[in-house]
Design a protein around this ligand. Structure first.
Ligand SMILES: Nc1ncnc2c1ncn2[C@@H]1O[C@H](COP(=O)(O)OP(=O)(O)OP(=O)(O)O)[C@@H](O)[C@H]1O
Length: 286
């Protein structure tokens, strides 16, 4: 199997236009009144949200806010209990999600946990082409291997291809997961807490690499989930704030990431600063 090339975080390849099904200005994600109920509780409550093909979003919220549930809906892995979710022009519930999922690049803790420890790193990346975790008997061509290597290189983990995934450090695993998310030339990339568990140097390196991805005009639409404004790469265009399953705010990043809105999201008074394209937040003095 061979895929067209998009630029990786190094921003090298010629890239393919982020063409979701339909017109290029159609949203890649279109949620209308999405509610997800489990055990009688709304994990997402009436969420309406549209993501354009050229937009780069950050989703912020405290523990338990529903961020991962939102990503699971966006990835076609959880269906709304109520409301309508359209992903890449396909409405969940009316489409074959097994055809949809390979069009979406996903990096999440739940997916990472399913990677067999003995899996070779290059296979962790390659198997994204079939939306699978764990290599079986499928065949890959030379260009697929080249692309996997190129992506691993662009994420700073060149040379680990033959290592088994279980032997990698947490930081190395995160990079491999992102390389995997980009492998299948996705039309939408969803990164759920990509910097969780990284040390300061690792976080800064990852934010820089994600910044290159965000700045790449040929890169697909991107949604990045985090708890920390410090992890937002420069160039992110939009933000969505979630608390207890409800949207606290959404829109252009400059308008949404205010001390008031972030304070309401996290339930404390905050000072929020921006400098050099980066954000920081700390509790305001009492
Ligand atoms: N299958 C489920 N059944 C019942 N409750 C669930 C289920 N999945 C998630 N939850 C609950 O839904 C809430 C939202 O979970 P979710 O993982 O979406 O939040 P999150 O914002 O990603 O949290 P965190 O930042 O801690 O990862 C949590 O309280 C969680 O315990």
């Amino acid at each position: 199997m061979s895929q067209a090339t998009t630029s990786g975080p190094g921003g090298t390849g010629p890239g393919a236009a982020p063409t979701a099904k339909g017109a290029p200005d159609e949203p890649v994600l279109d949620l209308d009144g999405v509610t997800v109920v489990r055990d009688g509780r709304a994990l997402l409550d009436d969420v309406s949200w549209a993501v354009g093909a050229d937009e780069r979003w950050v989703v912020l919220g405290p523990n338990g806010a529903g961020k991962t549930t939102l990503v699971q809906v966006a990835a076609g892995r959880t269906h709304p209990t109520r409301g309508r979710a359209e992903v890449l022009g396909e409405e969940l519930g009316l489409t074959d999600v097994f055809e949809l999922r390979p069009r979406i690049g996903l990096a999440s803790a739940a997916l990472a946990e399913r990677v067999p420890a003995a899996e070779r790193v290059v296979d962790v990346v390659l198997t994204a082409s079939y939306g699978m975790v764990g290599r079986w008997r499928e065949e890959y061509e030379g260009p697929d291997h080249d692309r996997a290597r190129e992506l691993l290189g662009a994420l700073g983990v060149a040379g680990l291809e033959r290592r088994s995934y279980g032997t990698l450090s947490e930081g190395e695993r995160k990079r491999v997961q992102i390389a995997r998310a980009l492998m299948a030339d996705p039309e939408l990339v969803l990164l759920d807490e990509p910097a969780a568990g990284l040390d300061l140097g690792g976080r800064e390196d990852l934010v820089r690499r994600l910044g290159a991805l965000v700045a790449d005009a040929h890169a697909p639409a991107l949604v990045l989930v985090t708890h920390h404004v410090e992890e937002i790469p420069p160039g992110v265009t939009h933000a969505l704030l979630l608390r207890e399953g409800r949207v606290v705010g959404q829109g252009p990043v400059d308008q949404v990431l205010t001390a008031e809105a972030l304070g309401a999201t996290f339930g404390l008074r905050l000072r929020v600063e921006r400098g050099g394209g980066r954000w920081s937040a700390r509790a305001a003095a009492a």
